[in-house]
Design a protein around this ligand. Structure first.
Ligand code: GAF
Length: 384
């Protein structure tokens, strides 16, 4: 939805034009899954799908939130009443950001907000991070906080971890806040250092498809947290701060030290090899060998499926079908347990591949997937 439409709807709801309109995108993660809470590497890029927010300040300690995507009218909250764990609705994401900003000492005295998002929810494409980041950026601008992007991302992660109660890492919020058009973001989640990596598939006759399996997932559920706890246990057993500290060439020795901790062994193996896959992907892109990243993506899927155990039949079917019909590589993307897969393919194979995946889903009696092409889009910004 365009900035003007969102501003018009704001004016209809609240009786005056907004002070401004901002946008923040969802993301696809190219490679580097479940590495971000292990201080590791990730490589997301922004989608053209985005959350758009029209916002004005208030001075009376009231936060009003509205979205036509959800329905249910304007929700009015008192800033003094915002408290972690009290909201189980979509409003927890924007309200959590206001809470996190105030908790960090920023004087926010209220806001009227109208939101409209095109990021599919529960599809592993970071719809919640888009909501958080768009509010954080709007309030940082309006209240003159001048917060750098990485700090906005940290505040949004705090909102999600503490206020919403989902123990996620820093990737999604940083992707939404920091990605640039035409680039993937190589992010070191230990110190948040970043490199924008040119990623123009069309110029090379390639395409990246996103296949949303329509299997919904949620990270506040227990499985994500269990994986995270297992990784932390692995780091503790190995005497390191985070699994990032296990070098790839020290993996075998580390696994041997874990002995019969079979589950921890699998988690550690995934994280350490996944960090190495990110580094390999960056090196291949740097060398102009874009097609060669395909097998690396596919290896990543096998690791998430067999070691991390967070795939599902629908995601595996996308990957297997795409590979059987000529894809260069394919893998699940995002947190797992449903959501989306990505497929790297020659442009000329896209129609055949899409049809094959759709037919395979129909034959398996799965809900029809949603398939679209992903082109790296801009990160969060002010629109008006
Ligand atoms: C979700 C989380 F929000 C991220 O922090 C990340 O851990 C991802 O799952 C898995 O790579 O999107």
């Amino acid at each position: 939805m365009g900035a003007q439409q969102v501003a018009d709807r704001f004016a209809e709801l609240y009786g005056a034009a907004p002070e401004g309109v901002w946008a923040a995108p969802g993301r696809v993660n190219l490679i580097g899954e479940h590495t971000d809470y292990n201080d590791g590497f990730v490589m997301p890029f922004a989608l053209p799908h985005q959350a758009v927010a029209a916002v004005s300040r208030r001075t009376d300690g009231v936060l009003r939130l509205h979205s036509d995507d959800i329905g249910g009218g304007v929700v009015q909250l008192g800033l003094a009443d915002l408290a972690p764990g009290t909201d189980r609705e979509w409003t927890a994401y924007p309200a959590g950001v206001v809470w996190a900003l105030r908790e960090a000492g920023h004087e926010i005295t209220g806001a009227d907000v109208h939101l409209s998002s095109t990021v599919p929810t529960g599809a592993g494409l970071s719809s919640s991070a888009a909501l958080e980041v768009v509010i954080a950026l709007a309030l940082s601008d309006l209240y003159g906080l001048g917060l750098p992007r990485w700090k906005l991302a940290r505040l949004c992660q705090r909102a999600e971890n503490v206020y919403v109660g989902a123990p996620t890492g820093i990737m999604d919020q940083t992707a939404s806040a920091c990605c640039e058009q035409g680039h993937a973001l190589f992010l070191d989640t230990r110190d948040l250092s970043q490199r924008q990596i040119p990623f123009d598939l069309a110029a090379e006759g390639l395409r990246l498809l996103v296949v949303d399996t329509q299997v919904k997932h949620a990270h506040s559920g227990g499985e994500y947290g269990k994986r995270r706890a297992g990784c932390e246990k692995g780091a503790a057993l190995l005497g390191v701060d985070a699994l990032r500290d296990i070098p790839y060439d020290g993996l075998d020795a580390a696994l041997a030290r874990l002995g019969d901790e079979e589950e921890v062994v699998r988690l550690v193996r995934h994280v350490v090899t996944e960090d190495q896959r990110v580094e390999r992907t960056v090196a291949l892109l740097h060398a102009g060998e874009t097609r060669a990243i395909g097998p690396v993506l596919t290896e990543g899927h096998a690791s998430l499926r067999d070691d991390f155990r967070i795939s599902c039949p629908e995601l595996d079917l996308v990957v297997d079908t795409a590979l059987a019909h000529g894809a260069l590589g394919a893998r699940m993307t995002g947190g797992g347990f449903g959501g989306s897969a990505i497929v790297l393919a020659e442009a000329t194979d896209v129609d055949t591949l899409t049809k094959a995946v759709q037919e395979a889903f129909a034959a398996a009696a799965f809900t029809a997937p949603r398939v679209f092409e992903a082109v790296p889009a801009a990160g969060a910004r002010r629109l008006a």
